[in-house]
Design a binder for this molecule. Structure first.
Ligand SMILES: *[C@@H]1O[C@H](CO)[C@@H](O)[C@H](O)[C@H]1NC(C)=O
Length: 501
């Protein structure tokens, strides 16, 4: 006898039930259960998971405030500024033309692991600054491989103006590091290929070198993990920063006019004018450092924005999000906050007090101490969320349990729970929430759970750390479509749902 499909079995029971009052109660219970199941799952079309090849934004200019951004921009007071955020390798990026350079998923995930290793060694190790002697030495040997953080490929870029007259530059924005830098002419040692013309300080009326004796030069040690060097002839401060995948930038520490938007201009912004640069920056001109250290843009713009910024990372590489500075930039009522914590040894990082994870409406049986002993940071530059291995195995088991009706397929690099959705039109997967120590339960967006290699390899976008003592990282896949609000002065980080496409 063929097994009845669920709807007919429901109907049958309904017919049987309707003869009595008790059965009526049973029926509504069953109906309630089915409803609850749906409440705790996302149901999406498989096609909607796959990336589009054209940019869905109406404009690709950096100062555009069209679409969803207008609601942030229009409500803004004079002390806010909104930039457009695009995925580095997506069709909305100005850098996308270098098609051959687009990394594979395996490469992106490998670079992501290099960033995570670098964050872990930075957080775990005692600070030991190595010095940057001069530009003529190979930076790769001068600068220790463990310091700094990593840029990776699964990242987001914004466009800012630098100098007078102003030149537009695409920079990777990074809440996990502090120093902002761009490649600079004359590229004394080396510059990698970038999409836009390389910044030339000699053509800018507002550029100045920072002197070796300036206290600002000294601040570089904690921001970069390297003691600054000094160009003897002009007494110019030399910075060096190394990222975990052999990428680095070394150059003159300078001051320049930074224009976030037409209205938001900072004179004397401290930045790295890179003369020796190498690595996987994918055609971006450099990096915008939004970490907690004194040299970061957040600190340098503190008088204007009071250490308040927010962003929304778009759900796909074919749509755009935003990066906004200042309270006027739109902190809606929908934002719910949790306390910001500090990370010992990792003073660039924004710490969160995660205590639990819910899968499909059920809290995983993981002791809160598993999370509290490792600690957790939120990072815009790490792609895949990293959990203590004890927490990850519980998450993986619960997720697999609820995904039993889909065929598991081979792992994709660091992702070990992947499904073949190619024979399905729609799929359902459990909702996932993070629970914080002060009571906030934050549900991830439907696009913040899976990493899509292709229709036949769709993976749970989480990974375990090597050891329960390694710090957890709330990565950028899990931040997708959430408005993430950093209120540093208020000591809190907040989230609001569905804030960008
Ligand atoms: C900055 O210092 C470098 C290194 O000594 C020098 O070559 C360059 O001309 C200086 N630039 C300015 C504007 O002083």
């Amino acid at each position: 006898m063929a097994a009845p499909i669920s709807s007919s079995s429901f109907l049958m029971r309904y017919i049987i039930c309707c003869s009595g009052f008790l059965c009526l109660i049973l029926c509504s219970l069953e109906k309630g259960f089915a409803l609850e199941e749906r409440e705790h799952a996302h149901t999406v079309e498989v096609n909607s998971l796959l990336p589009a090849t054209t940019c869905s934004s109406s404009s690709s200019s950096s100062s555009s405030t069209k679409g969803h951004m207008s609601k942030h921009a229009s409500s803004s007071s004079s002390s806010s500024s909104v930039l457009k955020v695009v995925h580095k390798h997506g069709p909305c990026s100005r850098l996308k033309k270098q098609k051959s350079k687009t990394p594979t998923h395996a490469q992106i995930l490998q670079q992501d692991q290099a960033r995570v290793n670098s964050i872990h060694s930075r957080v775990n190790s005692k600070k030991q600054f190595k010095s940057v002697d001069d530009l003529s030495e190979s930076a790769a040997t001068t600068i220790p491989a463990q310091s700094g953080s990593v840029v990776g490929s699964g990242n987001y870029i914004v466009n800012v103006g630098l100098g007078s007259p102003k030149k537009q530059l695409s920079l990777i924005f990074d809440t996990g590091s502090d120093l902002t830098w761009t490649q600079c002419r004359p590229c004394v040692k080396s510059c990698y290929k970038q999409k836009e013309p390389i910044f030339d300080p000699s053509l800018s009326a507002s550029y100045a070198n920072v002197s070796c004796t300036s206290p600002k030069c000294t601040q570089l040690s904690s921001a970069t993990g390297n003691t600054p060097g000094c160009a003897a002839s002009t007494s110019t401060c030399i910075y060096g920063i190394q990222y975990g995948d052999q990428s680095f930038s070394v150059g003159y520490f300078g001051r320049e006019k930074l224009s976030l938007t037409k209205a938001d201009v900072f004179d004397g912004f401290l930045f790295g004018c890179g003369q020796n640069n190498q690595g996987l920056f994918g055609g971006a001109a450099g990096l915008l450092g939004l970490g907690r250290n004194q040299i970061s843009l957040v600190e340098q713009s503190a008088q204007k924005y009071n250490r308040f910024f927010s962003y929304c990372l778009p759900s796909t590489s074919s749509s755009t999000g935003y990066l906004s500075f200042g309270k006027g930039g739109g902190s809606s009522n929908a934002v719910k906050f949790t306390g910001l914590s500090t990370v010992s040894q990792g003073d660039s990082f924004y710490g969160l007090n995660v205590v639990g994870i819910n899968v499909g409406g059920t809290k995983l049986a993981i002791s809160a101490s598993v999370f509290s002993s490792s600690g957790t940071i939120i990072d815009s530059g790490t792609v895949i969320t990293r959990l203590p291995p004890t927490a990850y195995s519980a998450l993986k088991a619960a997720f697999r349990q609820r995904m039993k009706s889909y065929p598991l397929t081979q792992a994709l690099s660091i992702l070990d729970t992947c499904y073949d959705f190619s024979s399905f039109k729609t799929v359902s997967y459990p909702k996932i929430s993070f629970v914080f120590d002060d009571g906030l339960t934050q549900e991830l967006d439907a696009t913040g759970i899976l990493y899509v290699g292709s229709a036949d390899q769709v993976c749970l976008a989480f990974a375990g750390n090597g050891d329960d003592s390694d710090i957890g990282i709330f990565g950028n896949v899990q931040q997708k479509r959430l408005q993430v609000v950093y209120d540093i002065a208020g000591g809190k980080v907040g989230f609001a749902p569905a804030a960008c496409p």
